[in-house]
Design a protein around this ligand. Structure first.
Ligand code: 5GP
Ligand code: ZN
Length: 114
């Protein structure tokens, strides 16, 4: 619905502009508005799922991971390396409740994460 309050559903429908970098029938990816690395994109399923707790579909979760590896390959980060992150609920640091996978690259990542 046009009144759907979910931010990433609205981006998926084109109601809110985003720099889209990858699209398949099930998945899309766009640049994070507040990048935490030289390359930082958000990969989402087009259909709404609030958190990782809300799916048991290995296809859905797998498509997010495959999108990340394809983007890393395409952008030239695959060999050097990159970070993929799914934040879940409060302690995980999730702020947008539409399941998404962060792909960060272009710098050396620290461990443990904050
Ligand atoms: P979370 O904290 O839920 O794991 O990640 C949410 C991410 O969405 C954050 O990195 C934040 O910068 C990004 N974000 C929030 N609002 C927008 C927006 O309107 N457009 C885009 N492209 N990214 C957003
Ligand atoms: Zn949504």
């Amino acid at each position: 619905m046009a009144t759907d309050p979910c931010l990433f559903c609205r981006i998926a429908r084109g109601e809110i502009p985003a720099q889209i970098v990858y699209e398949t029938p099930h998945v899309m990816a766009f640049r994070d508005i507040a990048p935490q690395a030289p390359y930082h994109v958000i990969i989402i399923p087009r259909d709404h799922v609030a958190t990782l707790n809300d799916t048991r579909d290995p296809g859905l979760v797998g498509r997010l991971a495959i999108a990340a590896s394809e983007l890393a390959e395409r952008e030239g980060f695959a060999a050097a390396g990159y970070r993929t992150v799914i934040n879940t609920n409060a302690d995980g640091g999730q702020t947008v409740f539409h399941l998404h996978l962060h792909l960060l690259a272009g710098r050396k990542m620290g461990w443990p994460p904050g």
